[in-house]
Design a protein. Structure first.
Length: 376
């Protein structure tokens, strides 16, 4: 049994634990509750291992096919039936190995068992010759031993789930859609196109992200909100911002409030309207101004900040392929607001009209709209 204290728990130590006792599980559970990044790493490992196992099960050739391949590699003479099976399984086995090269190692091990069995049989001085059936029983019994590592992985998956279910969860958006997440502290997260968010139930204001997300953080001066994306830590008290944790860099764009971005021992502060990039392994770049509608189109939101009403109408016209006219008395007015595109044009224009003191005239629904001034 591997023994360690709370501060010694790492992903490697968890994976190399050879015996799980109540004390061990409790130690790991406490470590995961206290270390959100460790919880994220373990959960990611569980997810990847589980998916890999499912894919392997889906393409694993039948045991009889693996035996035919192993006997052929060992040099044993095959009868006609085995030759036929061998020819049928070569193609499927080749495809399976392309996805999971470790299958070759499994068949090599089985081939070693064939050779060892033949040697032992020849030395036994028994009258009967070795037969395929007798070896079949021998290898069928050995396959579970060869799969011991896989069994251990499955056991770890179960233990990992039991340990993590009370402390952490992973939330993922569909690859071609959006998922809205409401955290326990009142913060809202908009996950976009396959993004994954790791949260700790013991500390909902410390999360990890892979992919793209738009955050609307509930303000709490006594408890900053942190988002970890690789080596980058983005810390806020209460604000709205976009974060793109991409393969080669992380981008942070602040819409309201301010955030602190840390990486490689350096940090920058971003106020509303500023953004930064952090290359993998690098430091945050000098903040630069950005235009929300241009650089945050990926959010699926219309983000207007002191935007002239004429520009708002032009953006909505292009997005919904309609004509929106604005009375001249309204042209000097600005709009600040954030809208989900799924709300639909009629609902968005209704809110826009109320915000700028206008009346919405629907000349032809779905084709032509007009914002009429109702007050000077």
């Amino acid at each position: 049994m591997t023994a360690y204290g709370l501060m010694d728990v790492t992903l490697e130590s968890i994976l190399h634990t050879d015996e799980w006792t109540d004390d061990t599980v409790e130690t790991v559970r406490r470590a995961l509750a206290d270390q959100p990044e460790l919880a994220r790493q373990v959960w990611l490992w569980v997810q990847v291992s589980d998916r890999a196992g499912c894919r392997l099960d889906a393409i694993m050739p039948p045991l009889d096919d693996l035996m035919a391949l192993a006997m052929d590699r060992s040099g044993r003479r095959l009868d006609a039936d085995m030759h036929l099976r061998l020819g049928q399984c070569r193609t499927s086995f080749g495809s399976a190995c392309a996805s999971h090269p470790a299958l070759n190692a499994i068949v090599d091990r089985m081939a070693e068992d064939v050779a060892a069995f033949d040697i032992a049989w020849s030395r036994s001085r028994k009258a009967q010759p070795a037969t395929v059936r007798s070896w079949y029983g021998r290898v069928a019994a050995s396959v579970p031993r060869m799969a011991a590592a896989a069994v251990a992985v499955v056991a770890l998956l179960v233990v990992g789930y039991l340990v993590l279910q009370d402390t952490s969860q992973v939330l993922t958006a569909p690859v071609d859609g959006v998922r809205m997440v409401a955290l326990e502290d009142g913060s809202q997260v908009r996950l976009v196109e396959g993004a994954s968010l790791w949260t700790s139930r013991s500390n909902p204001r410390d999360v990890s992200l892979e992919g793209r997300a738009f955050f609307d953080v509930a303000p709490r001066a006594d408890a900053p909100f942190s988002v970890r994306s690789g080596d980058v830590i983005t810390t806020v008290v209460g604000t709205t911002f976009g974060l793109e944790a991409l393969p080669d860099e992380t981008r942070i764009s602040v819409v309201t409030g301010s955030v602190r971005v840390e990486a490689a021992g350096q940090d920058v502060w971003l106020d509303a309207g500023l953004a930064t990039r952090v290359p993998n392994g690098g430091v945050p770049e000098t903040p630069y101004p950005f235009e929300a509608m241009a650089e945050m189109d990926w959010t699926g939101l219309f983000i207007f900040r002191n935007t002239p009403i004429d520009s708002v109408a032009a953006t909505l016209s292009r997005s919904f392929n309609v004509r929106i006219e604005v009375d001249k008395p309204l042209s000097g007015r600005d709009l600040t607001g954030t809208f989900d595109r799924e709300q639909g044009l009629d609902e968005i224009l209704g809110v826009v009209a109320a915000a700028v003191g206008a009346e919405l005239d629907v000349e032809e629904r779905g084709t032509r709209y007009r914002l009429l001034a109702t007050r000077p």
